[in-house]
Every structure is written in C-alpha cells, then in structure tokens.
Design a protein around this ligand. Structure first.
Ligand code: TMP
Length: 392
C-alpha cells in the first residue's frame, strides 16, 4: 500500500458534541489514504473500531432526503421488473428507505445501528440489529438462499471485505443477484472530493478494484449504472460466475475504460490528486478570510460527515462559520466534531441575516438550491469547494 494523502488528525465524523461536552478532549485519529497497486483498492490507513461508529446513536437517516427517496423508488421499480424478489436481504437497511418498498414477508434487513433497526422492527419488517458476517448469513439463510442481496453505502464502511463477500456468496442463491451501490472513486478523484474520506469510509471503490475483489469470490459485475447520489456513485449489478442468465453489458467495459483512461490503476494519479487537495485547502481558506474581512455573515448548510473532514483539514472553525443548519433532529443543538461549530434547526435561508452559505451537503446541491430559490433570487450566495472552491 502506498500512502498518497494525509488529511491530518480528525475526530470521529459522526460524533456530534453536546454543549456540556465541548471542553472534553475528543478522540482523534490520523486520516491517511493509500493505494494498493495490486488490486487498485483505495482505502484509509488507520481504521476506527466499528462499535465506536455504528451503535445506537447513529445520526444519519437516508429518508431525510428527497433525492435519496427518489433514487430508491426508481431502483425498486427496476428490480421488480427485472429480477426475482421472493427473498431479499438488505445489508445496512438504515431507516428502511429501501425495505419499505417491498412486502414484509419477502425482505430482511440487517442494520447494526440499534436506533435505526428499531424503526423498521417497529413496523414489523424483520431486521437483525447485528453486523453482517458469515454467522449471521447462516442464520438468515438457513432454509432458503436469497434471490437478491442489496447494499447501498455500506460495504465501503466495512473493513473485512473477505468476511463480507464470503457471507454474501454463502447466502446468495446461484441464480441470485447482488446489487451494490457506493460512491465512485472516479467521481471522487475527478471532483477533488477529498471529503469522501472520513473514518466511516474505509474504502472508496473503483470498478477495477471491485472487479478484482469479486473475482476472488467467483462473482462478477454484469451491469453498472452511474448515479448522481452522494456526489457521484455507481450501482453495480453482480452475479455468480456460474449464473449464465445475464449477459455482461457494455456498461461494464465502458466504465472500466473510463477508469483506466483516467489512470485509476496508477499511483501517479493519486499523487496528483493529493497536490490538488492541498491547493483546494489554500483556496477555500482564502475565500473565507476575504469574506470575513468584509464582515459578512457566513453559515453552513448540511452538517455532513464529509464537512467534518473539510473543516478539520482546513482548520475552519466558528471564527469563519457562525453556525450550521441541518434538518436531522439528532444533530440539532449539537456541535460539529473538531471544529465545534453549533448546528441549528434548519430554517429557510433569509437574506436579512445570512450573506453567504458554505454548502456542507454539496452532494444535495440541486435539492437545496431548489428549496432556497428565494434566497438565491435575492442575491444570496453559496461557497462550494467541489470541484474547486468558489462562490456561486
Ligand atoms: P450526507 O451528505 O452524509 O448524505 O448528509 C446530508 C446532511 O445534510 C444530513 O445531515 C441532512 C442535511 N441536509 C439538510 O440539512 N438539508 C437538506 O435539504 C438536505 C438535502 C440535507
């Protein structure tokens, strides 16, 4: 593994602080990113024990965003049209945003965050509040193997990929389909979206790295869909190699071609990326400094886990950003880890008390701009750091 990016000491991205704990020393870890030249996998170097991140206080709920709801609805339609759905397992079922589109008898959720698992258990969807592994796979598929296994924005959070894929291979029927969805490394590198790296995102997958991993488990990708969610993701349709029911589509070849052309198989690409990250930090800080000199009111919008990387790496605190707005009830009245900026309950942006808004949730830019069209009409501006820091 070759380290190519050092994002400094970082707190746990989703550990939002209560006021009474503001003076407590936060646990920090060294956030470094590395490239494996053998299988092309990009991962963070120092990982945090999973129990520290995925417990009964996980703040992120997928259903809070209209964009995500729409994305899951569209997928459900496609699944029902194309695949057998008598028995579905979802790994990382969060608040049920996907599960709820299927009937209760046909779907099982796996969600180790107890606060989230409770939400689907309460409406009678079978949900195992455990970590996905071979033991759990055996328990769930004792009598019947799965027709479909789905996992969105979850496998990139799990360190032991061997265990994961062993368990998937075991529980998937030979004719079954695995659908994975995770941020795309190509998009991340192209957009200088270095905030995709934080403690929970152990991996950011490229197609070429995922192909190499799947190969070890006799699995193969037969179709890929590019998605706009989470700043650019890929949805991979995967089958067992022995399953000849599905032909490998051109989308797979095309995606691999794009990645190779861009250089995702070469360390030099990642070194170049690291240089751009450094430049991006300087540029972003300069924007903040200039705006503050003019005494403008700057707030943040969307206290995302991604923002945690940006704010701590660039050393942006409450001298620059007065507070963040966020819609997630858990985050409200808490403080962002490290930077210790207060998070307030979301209110529609108003030009009277806000001049400029740092877009922490840049991955929901379209949804947010639609919601804040009045602010924009009245001359309200946003700071966005993707792909290069600027005011828009
Ligand atoms: P994510 O980037 O990790 O998906 O988190 C998105 C965060 O942004 C989440 O805390 C909710 C927040 N958010 C808002 O506050 N307002 C919005 O309109 C949207 C779309 C997200």
């Amino acid at each position: 593994m070759v380290k190519f990016l050092d994002l400094g000491l970082q707190p746990l991205a989703n550990s939002y602080l209560k006021k009474k704990n503001l003076n407590r020393k936060e646990k920090k870890f060294k956030l470094e990113v590395a490239f494996n030249s053998k299988n092309y996998l990009v991962s963070i170097v120092n990982t945090v024990p999973k129990e520290k991140m995925f417990n009964n206080m996980y703040p992120y709920k997928s259903s809070e965003s209209k964009t995500m709801q729409k994305s899951f609805k569209n997928l459900t339609k496609k699944i029902k049209q194309n695949f057998k759905t008598d028995f579905i397992i979802e790994i990382g079922s969060n608040d049920g945003i996907f599960l709820k589109n299927f009937n209760k008898q046909s779907v099982v959720g796996v969600e180790p965050c107890k606060n989230l698992a409770k939400l689907t258990k309460n409406i009678n969807y079978t949900t195992y509040s455990e970590y996905w592994n071979i033991k759990l796979a055996r328990k769930i598929t004792k009598n019947k193997k799965a027709d479909l296994i789905y996992s969105a924005n979850t496998l990139s959070h799990i360190k032991n990929l061997n265990e994961i894929f062993k368990a998937i291979n075991y529980s998937l029927s030979d004719k079954g389909i695995l659908i994975l969805e995770d941020p795309s490394l190509l998009k991340c590198i192209k957009n200088v979206a270095y905030d995709q790296f934080y403690c929970e995102h152990i991996y950011v997958f490229s197609t070429i790295s995922l192909k190499n991993i799947l190969n070890n488990f006799d699995l193969e990708i037969f179709d890929i869909q590019n998605l706009s969610t989470h700043g650019g993701s890929n949805r991979y349709f995967i089958k067992k190699k022995i399953n000849k029911n599905f032909q490998i589509k051109n989308s797979v070849k095309n995606e691999v071609k794009k990645e190779i052309k861009f250089g995702l198989q070469k360390i030099s690409t990642f070194k170049k990326f690291a240089k751009k990250v450094k430049k991006s930090k300087i540029k972003l800080l300069n924007i903040f400094k200039k705006l503050k000199k003019k005494k403008l009111n700057i707030i943040g919008y969307g206290a995302t886990a991604k923002s945690c990387t940006i704010l701590n790496y660039c050393k942006i605190g409450d001298k620059f950003i007065d507070y963040f707005y966020d819609t997630t009830s858990y985050k409200i009245n808490r403080y962002l880890p490290g930077s210790k900026i207060l998070i307030k309950k979301y209110k529609k942006l108003n030009k009277k008390n806000v001049d400029i808004v740092f877009l922490g949730a840049w991955n929901f830019k379209e949804e947010i701009f639609k919601k804040e069209k009045d602010f924009i009409k009245k001359g309200g501006k946003f700071i966005i750091h993707i792909p290069t820091p600027k005011i828009i």
